[in-house]
Design a protein around this ligand. Structure first.
Ligand code: NDP
Length: 296
């Protein structure tokens, strides 16, 4: 194991999160999962991000089980992250029991409340559970040792302020969409002051056409690296962890190597100007959430 690992960030509860992880939203190819994860580990990834709704936890669990049995890596080597929701018909302890069973582990390193409401539905079924109730149930999960850390995802400043007013165990990390084209400065500044680490999801802006940007491309050319590495380095340099997703083994190293880039301050300033508040994940366009001011 001579691979260079990524730096870690100290969370407010004392745990450490590797600054780069592998995203797995839409990675559902069961047959290639073991190879993908083994290659990722060999490249240096230790942080793996999944969620109950990605419907791949069973495959990820099987992959790790296989890899651990090969004897090179063990559970303690990895930082395993999942996310759950809970509506009025569900008990968090039941949901988490299933998650741990699917992933074939005794504990998660970090568990997020995925959204502060129930999954999108076509009907106006208001069966969501109040966040304070879900959070209290999540605190029990941590007390039982089923997760080392707790965080929230897709919360805005208002949601965090509210949560911090009653949480007995504070969220140590916030996972939101974040990239050069959606910098969310106010939210990031708030998290800094509240000692909440930030993890960027869709850090490559999902590789959509928005990244065909001249300034970004020029900077990539200057450093002689792909634009993807500049996108990731911009966040990493701010102490924000990134979880780029790829299910192509050959891209794992390209993304991981973003940890080796140090952007010059003038380039950082140029990249800061590219913020156009561009969201690639738009839950507000799903019924019935279009009425909820989820974000800033
Ligand atoms: P990303 O910004 O990570 O982009 C992923 C897309 O980029 C895929 O289409 C992938 O294709 C492509 N890609 C990745 N690397 C490269 C590369 N080097 N060159 C060219 N194309 C590349 O988007 P995601 O939305 O997947 O976000 C990352 C992770 O964040 C998710 O996988 C998930 O774990 C998490 N997430 C969390 C959410 C939440 O609500 N908390 C919401 C959304 C995401 P390919 O696989 O073919 O390489």
């Amino acid at each position: 194991k001579t691979t260079k690992l990524a730096q870690t960030v100290l969370l407010s509860d004392g745990n450490k999160i590797p600054i780069i992880g592998l995203g797995t939203f839409l990675t559902t190819n069961k047959d290639q999962m073991t190879d993908l994860i083994r290659t990722a580990l060999n490249v240096g990834y230790r942080h793996f991000d999944t969620a109950k709704v990605y419907e791949n936890e069973v495959y990820i669990g099987e992959a790790f089980q296989q890899i651990f049995s090969e004897g090179v890596y063990k559970r303690e080597d990895i930082f395993l992250v999942s996310k759950i929701m809970s509506n009025k018909n569900e008990v968090v302890s039941d949901v988490i029991r299933q998650t741990l069973k699917d992933l074939q582990v005794e504990y998660l390193d970090l568990l997020y409340l995925h959204w502060s409401f129930t999954p999108p539905s076509d009907q106006l079924e208001w069966n969501h559970k109040p966040v304070h109730q879900v959070w209290a149930e999540l605190e029990e999960v941590q007390k039982k040792g089923q997760t080392k850390s707790l965080g929230v995802s897709n919360f805005n400043v208002q949601g965090l302020v509210d949560l911090l007013s009653y949480a007995k165990i504070k969220p140590v990390s916030l996972q939101v969409e974040l990239h050069v084209f959606l910098q969310q400065n106010r939210l990031i500044e708030f998290c800094k002051r509240a000692n909440i680490h930030v993890t960027a999801y869709s850090p490559l802006a999902r590789y959509t056409e928005v990244i065909n940007n001249q300034v970004l491309n020029n900077i990539a050319k200057k450093y002689g690296v792909p634009v993807t590495q500049i996108l990731l380095a911009f966040l990493i340099q701010q102490g924000i962890s990134v979880i780029p997703k790829t299910e192509k083994s050959f891209r794992l190293k390209e993304n991981f190597d973003a940890i080796n880039i140090t952007l010059e301050q003038n380039d950082v300033e140029e990249l800061k100007k590219l913020d156009i508040n561009h969201r690639t994940i738009q839950p507000a366009t799903f019924q019935p959430f279009q009425f909820i001011p989820i974000f800033d």
